[in-house]
Design a protein around this ligand. Structure first.
Ligand code: FAD
Length: 293
Protein backbone atom coordinates (compact mmCIF):
# COMPACT_ATOMS: atom_id res chain seq x y z
CA UNK A 1 0.00 0.00 0.00
CA UNK A 2 1.19 3.53 -0.74
CA UNK A 3 2.22 5.81 2.08
CA UNK A 4 -0.39 8.56 2.42
CA UNK A 5 0.72 12.14 3.08
CA UNK A 6 -1.47 14.74 4.78
CA UNK A 7 -0.39 17.36 2.23
CA UNK A 8 1.36 17.10 -1.12
CA UNK A 9 2.79 20.38 -2.38
CA UNK A 10 3.45 20.57 -6.11
CA UNK A 11 6.03 23.21 -6.96
CA UNK A 12 9.14 24.48 -5.22
CA UNK A 13 8.98 28.20 -5.99
CA UNK A 14 8.26 30.77 -3.26
CA UNK A 15 4.60 29.65 -3.01
CA UNK A 16 5.39 25.95 -2.58
CA UNK A 17 8.29 26.55 -0.19
CA UNK A 18 6.27 28.85 2.00
CA UNK A 19 3.49 26.24 2.09
CA UNK A 20 6.08 23.62 3.09
CA UNK A 21 7.42 25.74 5.99
CA UNK A 22 3.93 26.12 7.38
CA UNK A 23 3.07 22.43 6.92
CA UNK A 24 6.24 21.61 8.83
CA UNK A 25 5.47 24.08 11.63
CA UNK A 26 1.97 22.58 11.90
CA UNK A 27 3.49 19.10 12.20
CA UNK A 28 1.82 17.67 9.14
CA UNK A 29 3.13 14.74 7.16
CA UNK A 30 3.87 16.40 3.84
CA UNK A 31 5.89 16.04 0.66
CA UNK A 32 7.01 18.82 -1.67
CA UNK A 33 7.72 18.12 -5.35
CA UNK A 34 9.85 20.32 -7.55
CA UNK A 35 13.48 21.01 -8.24
CA UNK A 36 16.47 21.24 -5.90
CA UNK A 37 17.33 24.37 -7.92
CA UNK A 38 14.08 25.70 -6.34
CA UNK A 39 12.62 27.81 -9.17
CA UNK A 40 13.94 28.70 -12.59
CA UNK A 41 12.09 31.99 -12.45
CA UNK A 42 13.60 32.91 -9.12
CA UNK A 43 17.13 32.32 -10.37
CA UNK A 44 16.52 34.36 -13.52
CA UNK A 45 15.81 37.62 -11.65
CA UNK A 46 18.76 39.99 -11.88
CA UNK A 47 17.93 42.05 -8.80
CA UNK A 48 14.97 41.78 -6.47
CA UNK A 49 14.03 44.91 -4.56
CA UNK A 50 10.46 44.15 -3.62
CA UNK A 51 10.96 41.11 -1.38
CA UNK A 52 10.98 42.17 2.24
CA UNK A 53 14.35 41.75 3.95
CA UNK A 54 16.44 40.97 0.84
CA UNK A 55 17.08 44.43 -0.61
CA UNK A 56 19.31 44.44 -3.68
CA UNK A 57 19.88 40.70 -3.76
CA UNK A 58 19.86 38.75 -6.99
CA UNK A 59 17.45 35.88 -7.61
CA UNK A 60 20.32 33.39 -7.24
CA UNK A 61 21.26 34.88 -3.83
CA UNK A 62 17.68 34.64 -2.62
CA UNK A 63 17.50 31.07 -3.90
CA UNK A 64 20.53 30.28 -1.71
CA UNK A 65 18.84 31.92 1.30
CA UNK A 66 15.70 29.85 0.67
CA UNK A 67 17.84 26.70 0.43
CA UNK A 68 19.50 27.53 3.79
CA UNK A 69 16.07 28.06 5.35
CA UNK A 70 14.87 24.66 4.08
CA UNK A 71 18.01 22.94 5.36
CA UNK A 72 17.62 24.52 8.80
CA UNK A 73 14.03 23.25 8.96
CA UNK A 74 15.00 19.84 7.55
CA UNK A 75 12.73 20.12 4.54
CA UNK A 76 13.74 18.05 1.50
CA UNK A 77 12.42 18.70 -1.98
CA UNK A 78 11.46 15.53 -3.86
CA UNK A 79 12.75 15.97 -7.40
CA UNK A 80 9.82 14.62 -9.40
CA UNK A 81 7.60 16.19 -12.01
CA UNK A 82 3.96 15.38 -11.36
CA UNK A 83 2.15 14.55 -14.59
CA UNK A 84 -1.42 14.13 -13.40
CA UNK A 85 -3.42 14.39 -10.22
CA UNK A 86 -6.73 12.60 -9.73
CA UNK A 87 -9.23 13.30 -6.99
CA UNK A 88 -10.20 9.89 -5.59
CA UNK A 89 -12.84 11.16 -3.16
CA UNK A 90 -11.09 11.14 0.20
CA UNK A 91 -7.57 11.41 -1.20
CA UNK A 92 -5.57 12.47 -4.28
CA UNK A 93 -3.47 10.22 -6.51
CA UNK A 94 -0.41 11.99 -7.90
CA UNK A 95 1.16 10.34 -10.92
CA UNK A 96 4.84 10.50 -11.83
CA UNK A 97 5.31 8.33 -14.91
CA UNK A 98 4.61 4.82 -13.55
CA UNK A 99 4.87 5.85 -9.87
CA UNK A 100 1.98 7.05 -7.70
CA UNK A 101 1.92 9.17 -4.54
CA UNK A 102 -1.13 9.62 -2.31
CA UNK A 103 -2.16 12.63 -0.23
CA UNK A 104 -5.29 13.68 1.61
CA UNK A 105 -4.88 17.28 0.45
CA UNK A 106 -2.83 19.02 -2.24
CA UNK A 107 -1.42 22.49 -2.81
CA UNK A 108 -0.81 23.46 -6.42
CA UNK A 109 2.10 25.90 -6.69
CA UNK A 110 3.44 25.17 -10.15
CA UNK A 111 3.77 28.77 -11.34
CA UNK A 112 2.51 30.03 -14.66
CA UNK A 113 3.51 29.51 -18.26
CA UNK A 114 3.80 32.67 -20.24
CA UNK A 115 3.00 32.54 -23.90
CA UNK A 116 0.32 31.00 -26.01
CA UNK A 117 0.15 27.38 -27.11
CA UNK A 118 1.69 26.63 -30.50
CA UNK A 119 -0.55 26.66 -33.53
CA UNK A 120 -2.08 23.16 -33.70
CA UNK A 121 -1.03 22.24 -30.13
CA UNK A 122 -4.54 22.07 -28.70
CA UNK A 123 -5.97 20.43 -31.84
CA UNK A 124 -3.44 17.57 -31.77
CA UNK A 125 -3.17 17.14 -28.01
CA UNK A 126 -3.47 13.39 -27.40
CA UNK A 127 -3.16 12.83 -31.15
CA UNK A 128 0.61 12.95 -31.34
CA UNK A 129 1.15 15.96 -29.08
CA UNK A 130 1.96 15.19 -25.44
CA UNK A 131 3.59 16.72 -22.39
CA UNK A 132 5.24 13.69 -20.76
CA UNK A 133 7.75 11.86 -22.91
CA UNK A 134 8.48 9.02 -20.51
CA UNK A 135 4.74 8.33 -19.90
CA UNK A 136 3.92 7.92 -23.59
CA UNK A 137 7.25 6.49 -24.73
CA UNK A 138 5.91 2.97 -25.52
CA UNK A 139 3.57 4.50 -28.15
CA UNK A 140 6.58 5.64 -30.13
CA UNK A 141 8.57 2.43 -30.46
CA UNK A 142 10.44 2.65 -33.79
CA UNK A 143 8.73 5.95 -34.65
CA UNK A 144 9.96 9.49 -35.14
CA UNK A 145 9.64 11.80 -32.14
CA UNK A 146 10.38 15.48 -31.71
CA UNK A 147 10.94 17.10 -28.33
CA UNK A 148 10.69 20.80 -27.60
CA UNK A 149 12.43 21.31 -24.26
CA UNK A 150 12.33 24.43 -22.11
CA UNK A 151 14.78 23.16 -19.51
CA UNK A 152 18.12 21.40 -19.61
CA UNK A 153 16.94 18.66 -17.27
CA UNK A 154 14.61 17.41 -20.04
CA UNK A 155 17.70 16.03 -21.79
CA UNK A 156 17.27 12.86 -19.72
CA UNK A 157 13.77 12.38 -21.18
CA UNK A 158 15.16 12.84 -24.70
CA UNK A 159 17.87 10.23 -24.08
CA UNK A 160 15.27 7.80 -22.77
CA UNK A 161 13.01 8.27 -25.82
CA UNK A 162 16.03 7.85 -28.09
CA UNK A 163 16.43 4.30 -26.79
CA UNK A 164 12.90 3.48 -28.03
CA UNK A 165 12.15 5.70 -31.05
CA UNK A 166 13.74 5.26 -34.48
CA UNK A 167 14.70 8.95 -34.59
CA UNK A 168 14.57 11.87 -32.15
CA UNK A 169 14.73 15.56 -33.04
CA UNK A 170 15.49 17.86 -30.10
CA UNK A 171 14.58 21.54 -30.17
CA UNK A 172 16.13 23.27 -27.13
CA UNK A 173 14.44 26.45 -25.90
CA UNK A 174 17.11 27.17 -23.29
CA UNK A 175 20.52 28.82 -23.48
CA UNK A 176 22.71 26.21 -21.74
CA UNK A 177 24.86 23.82 -23.76
CA UNK A 178 22.85 20.86 -25.07
CA UNK A 179 24.31 17.49 -24.05
CA UNK A 180 22.12 14.74 -25.42
CA UNK A 181 22.82 11.28 -26.81
CA UNK A 182 24.76 11.45 -30.10
CA UNK A 183 21.91 9.70 -31.96
CA UNK A 184 19.62 12.69 -31.30
CA UNK A 185 19.46 15.45 -33.91
CA UNK A 186 19.57 18.87 -32.29
CA UNK A 187 17.50 21.43 -34.19
CA UNK A 188 18.07 25.06 -33.31
CA UNK A 189 14.90 26.49 -34.75
CA UNK A 190 11.43 27.73 -33.74
CA UNK A 191 8.17 25.89 -34.18
CA UNK A 192 5.59 27.78 -36.22
CA UNK A 193 2.83 25.19 -36.73
CA UNK A 194 1.92 21.58 -36.00
CA UNK A 195 0.35 19.98 -39.07
CA UNK A 196 -1.53 16.69 -39.52
CA UNK A 197 -4.86 15.04 -40.26
CA UNK A 198 -6.04 12.58 -37.61
CA UNK A 199 -2.70 12.86 -35.87
CA UNK A 200 0.53 14.86 -36.10
CA UNK A 201 2.36 14.45 -39.42
CA UNK A 202 4.84 17.29 -39.60
CA UNK A 203 6.18 20.37 -37.91
CA UNK A 204 6.65 23.62 -39.74
CA UNK A 205 9.63 25.44 -38.25
CA UNK A 206 10.89 28.88 -39.19
CA UNK A 207 13.68 27.47 -41.38
CA UNK A 208 12.69 23.90 -42.21
CA UNK A 209 10.04 21.22 -41.87
CA UNK A 210 10.25 17.98 -39.89
CA UNK A 211 8.15 14.87 -40.48
CA UNK A 212 7.33 13.39 -37.11
CA UNK A 213 4.91 10.91 -35.52
CA UNK A 214 4.96 12.54 -32.12
CA UNK A 215 5.77 15.85 -30.49
CA UNK A 216 6.49 16.34 -26.79
CA UNK A 217 6.40 19.88 -25.49
CA UNK A 218 8.26 19.83 -22.19
CA UNK A 219 7.61 23.14 -20.45
CA UNK A 220 8.48 23.92 -16.85
CA UNK A 221 4.86 23.59 -15.84
CA UNK A 222 1.87 21.74 -17.22
CA UNK A 223 -1.32 23.77 -17.51
CA UNK A 224 -3.32 23.33 -14.28
CA UNK A 225 -6.47 22.13 -16.09
CA UNK A 226 -4.47 19.29 -17.56
CA UNK A 227 -2.67 18.54 -14.32
CA UNK A 228 -5.89 18.19 -12.32
CA UNK A 229 -8.95 17.21 -14.37
CA UNK A 230 -12.09 19.00 -13.17
CA UNK A 231 -10.24 22.01 -11.75
CA UNK A 232 -12.03 25.30 -12.34
CA UNK A 233 -9.92 27.62 -14.47
CA UNK A 234 -10.60 31.27 -15.10
CA UNK A 235 -8.62 32.97 -17.88
CA UNK A 236 -5.70 30.52 -17.61
CA UNK A 237 -5.53 30.72 -13.82
CA UNK A 238 -6.88 28.44 -11.12
CA UNK A 239 -9.93 29.98 -9.49
CA UNK A 240 -9.54 30.28 -5.72
CA UNK A 241 -11.23 32.06 -2.84
CA UNK A 242 -9.42 34.11 -0.19
CA UNK A 243 -8.44 30.91 1.64
CA UNK A 244 -6.81 29.61 -1.57
CA UNK A 245 -9.46 26.89 -1.87
CA UNK A 246 -10.22 25.65 -5.38
CA UNK A 247 -13.52 24.13 -6.55
CA UNK A 248 -12.21 20.66 -5.58
CA UNK A 249 -12.40 19.84 -1.87
CA UNK A 250 -8.95 19.37 -0.38
CA UNK A 251 -7.23 21.03 -3.35
CA UNK A 252 -5.62 24.43 -2.74
CA UNK A 253 -3.55 26.63 -5.02
CA UNK A 254 -1.08 29.49 -4.50
CA UNK A 255 1.32 31.76 -6.34
CA UNK A 256 1.46 32.68 -10.02
CA UNK A 257 -0.86 29.78 -10.85
CA UNK A 258 -3.80 31.68 -9.33
CA UNK A 259 -3.09 34.94 -11.14
CA UNK A 260 -1.30 38.27 -11.25
CA UNK A 261 0.49 40.14 -9.80
CA UNK A 262 3.32 37.72 -10.48
CA UNK A 263 5.50 38.54 -7.49
CA UNK A 264 7.60 36.53 -5.08
CA UNK A 265 6.14 37.98 -1.93
CA UNK A 266 2.56 37.50 -3.07
CA UNK A 267 3.37 33.87 -3.98
CA UNK A 268 4.96 33.26 -0.58
CA UNK A 269 2.01 34.85 1.25
CA UNK A 270 -0.48 32.73 -0.66
CA UNK A 271 1.57 29.59 0.03
CA UNK A 272 1.26 30.39 3.72
CA UNK A 273 -2.54 30.75 3.48
CA UNK A 274 -2.90 27.58 1.39
CA UNK A 275 -0.97 25.53 3.96
CA UNK A 276 -3.05 26.86 6.85
CA UNK A 277 -6.25 26.15 4.91
CA UNK A 278 -5.05 22.61 4.18
CA UNK A 279 -4.42 22.15 7.91
CA UNK A 280 -7.96 23.34 8.71
CA UNK A 281 -9.31 20.92 6.10
CA UNK A 282 -7.34 18.01 7.59
CA UNK A 283 -8.53 18.88 11.10
CA UNK A 284 -12.14 18.95 9.88
CA UNK A 285 -11.79 15.50 8.27
CA UNK A 286 -10.25 14.12 11.45
CA UNK A 287 -13.05 15.56 13.61
CA UNK A 288 -15.76 14.19 11.29
CA UNK A 289 -14.27 10.71 11.25
CA UNK A 290 -14.05 10.72 15.08
CA UNK A 291 -17.73 11.73 15.30
CA UNK A 292 -18.72 8.93 12.90
CA UNK A 293 -17.03 6.30 15.13
P1 FAD B 1 7.50 29.54 -9.59
O1 FAD B 1 8.55 30.36 -8.96
O2 FAD B 1 7.31 29.62 -11.06
O3 FAD B 1 7.78 28.04 -9.16
C1 FAD B 1 7.05 26.98 -9.69
C2 FAD B 1 7.76 25.68 -9.31
O4 FAD B 1 6.93 24.57 -9.62
C3 FAD B 1 9.08 25.43 -10.05
O5 FAD B 1 10.01 24.97 -9.13
C4 FAD B 1 8.74 24.30 -11.03
O6 FAD B 1 9.84 23.48 -11.32
C5 FAD B 1 7.71 23.55 -10.21
N1 FAD B 1 6.78 22.73 -11.00
C6 FAD B 1 6.02 23.14 -12.04
N2 FAD B 1 5.27 22.13 -12.50
C7 FAD B 1 5.57 21.06 -11.71
C8 FAD B 1 5.11 19.71 -11.69
N3 FAD B 1 4.19 19.27 -12.56
N4 FAD B 1 5.62 18.86 -10.76
C9 FAD B 1 6.57 19.29 -9.87
N5 FAD B 1 7.02 20.58 -9.84
C10 FAD B 1 6.53 21.43 -10.75
N6 FAD B 1 8.85 38.91 -8.89
C11 FAD B 1 9.10 39.85 -7.94
O7 FAD B 1 8.37 39.94 -6.97
N7 FAD B 1 10.19 40.66 -8.07
C12 FAD B 1 11.07 40.59 -9.10
O8 FAD B 1 12.05 41.34 -9.14
C13 FAD B 1 10.82 39.61 -10.10
N8 FAD B 1 11.68 39.47 -11.14
C14 FAD B 1 11.45 38.50 -12.05
C15 FAD B 1 12.36 38.36 -13.11
C16 FAD B 1 12.18 37.38 -14.07
C17 FAD B 1 13.16 37.25 -15.21
C18 FAD B 1 11.04 36.51 -13.99
C19 FAD B 1 10.81 35.43 -15.02
C20 FAD B 1 10.13 36.65 -12.95
C21 FAD B 1 10.32 37.65 -11.97
N9 FAD B 1 9.41 37.80 -10.91
C22 FAD B 1 9.67 38.76 -9.97
C23 FAD B 1 8.20 36.97 -10.78
C24 FAD B 1 8.42 35.75 -9.86
O9 FAD B 1 9.46 34.97 -10.43
C25 FAD B 1 7.18 34.89 -9.71
O10 FAD B 1 6.08 35.67 -9.33
C26 FAD B 1 7.39 33.81 -8.63
O11 FAD B 1 8.51 33.00 -8.94
C27 FAD B 1 6.15 32.93 -8.53
O12 FAD B 1 6.37 31.94 -7.58
P2 FAD B 1 5.57 30.55 -7.66
O13 FAD B 1 6.00 29.78 -6.45
O14 FAD B 1 4.13 30.79 -7.87
O15 FAD B 1 6.06 29.83 -9.00
Amino acid sequence: MNERYDIAIIGSGPAGLSAALNAKIRNKKFIIFGSKEISNKLVKAHKINNYLGFYGKSGAEIRDEFAKHLKAMEIEITEEKINNIYSMGDYFALMVNDKMYEATSIILATGVNFGRPFKGEEEFLGKGVGYCATCDAPLYKDKVVTIIAYNKHEEAEANFIASIASKVYYIPMYKEKVEVDSSIEIVNDTLVEIVGENSVKKLVLKNREIETDGLFILRDSISPGQLVPGLKINENHVEVDRLMRTNIEGCFAAGDIVGAPYQYIKAAGEGNIAALSAVTYLDKIKKNSKEEK
